[in-house]
Ligand binder design. Structure first.
Ligand code: FDP
Length: 307
């Protein structure tokens, strides 16, 4: 592999990714750099290195949305932009629009003021398939703003991680990331008192079989940990009061499920595969069990006892 293939743009070219899709992914990556510096500024302000009387700005998740919307909708081949921050899908009116892009601009923003990691999640769909299922996705990626900023993507040909270098390039750090059939960590979302009996029994089973608890409360870092540590289970279940759970199918679950399947893992709502769930409205929610196949299959066994 020559030196330049380590750069995201060249890597996408060498992988034979459609030129417009390539440019779109690259544009999102550039947006990620802007968001990363936005977070730096927000955290510095919080840490008191900025004048406390500085003008109040828009919340960072709104700013992140504006950055991505401006950059993505300016592309001639993007027809639709759907954001977790907005009620409705934005139609660009671009004549050559062939992609619909779903964006969670800054997931886990409640963790910013405690200096924990947060992320951006993006799904790329053919234009006519945005409101359908997750099966037609062309690409999915997330950007994780932690001690390092990383970008993890798939275009249906494996899962690859790039790290933002001090020079501002996304440089390949891991190619073909794989999730083992069984892992050692679990990451359980939702209030325990709100869990159903079947879900609680399942989590207790993981605890009793020596899984280690690893939960930060940020979907992107928590999911990233599962796949980078070679497996395990992230869950955000159906809750007694909210049977659809908390997380959003289009903005959060489809992209992560696509990445997980591409890494050899699995994602279900406890019954059906996440990517097969039908989307009826853009802010639809669903429960999720995602990670290593054995853990996700085991969850299905428990959830089955409930129906
Ligand atoms: P947040 O509310 O901080 O934006 O998608 C939202 C999300 O965070 C996820 O990042 C995270 O996995 C989940 O909610 C955490 O919810 P709980 O606090 O209920 O566990």
């Amino acid at each position: 592999m020559d030196h330049k293939s380590l750069f995201l743009r060249k890597f996408l070219y060498d992988e034979g990714v459609d030129p417009d899709l390539r440019r779109l992914i690259h544009t999102v990556a550039v947006g990620g750099k802007y968001i990363s510096s936005l977070l730096n500024a927000a955290n510095r302000k919080m840490a008191g290195t900025r004048n406390a009387s500085a003008e109040d700005q828009l919340e960072v998740d709104k700013q992140a949305d504006i950055i991505l919307q401006d950059m993505i909708t300016a592309l001639d081949y993007v027809a639709e932009y759907a954001s977790e921050e907005q009620e409705t899908v934005i139609k660009t009116g671009n004549q050559h629009g062939k992609f619909s892009v779903s964006v969670d601009p800054l997931d886990g923003s409640s963790l910013i003021d405690v200096n924990l990691a947060v992320g951006t999640i993006v799904g790329i769909h053919p234009v006519e398939e945005l409101i359908d299922s997750g099966r037609h996705m062309l690409a999915a990626l997330y950007i994780l703003y932690g001690p390092l900023t990383t970008l993890v993507f798939t275009t249906g040909n494996g899962v690859h991680e790039f790290v933002l270098s001090p020079e501002g390039e996304f440089v390949l750090s891991q190619k073909d990331i794989k999730v083992k059939p069984k892992g050692k960590i679990y990451s359980p979302g939702g209030l325990r008192s709100e869990w159903t009996d079947a879900h609680r029994q399942y989590i207790d089973d993981l605890v009793e079989t020596d899984y280690k608890l690893r939960y930060s409360g940020g979907l992107v870092p928590d999911f990233n940990q599962i796949i980078m540590k070679g497996g395990g289970l992230f869950s955000y279940p159906a809750l007694k009061e909210n049977p659809e759970g908390k997380l959003r199918l289009l903005f959060e679950l489809y992209p992560l499920a696509f990445l997980c399947e591409q890494a050899g893992g699995m994602a279900t709502n406890g019954i059906e595969n996440i990517l097969d769930l039908k989307l009826e409205k853009i802010h639809q929610r669903a429960p999720i069990y995602i990670g290593s196949k054995q853990e996700v299959e085991k969850a299905k066994e428990y959830i089955k006892t409930e129906s």
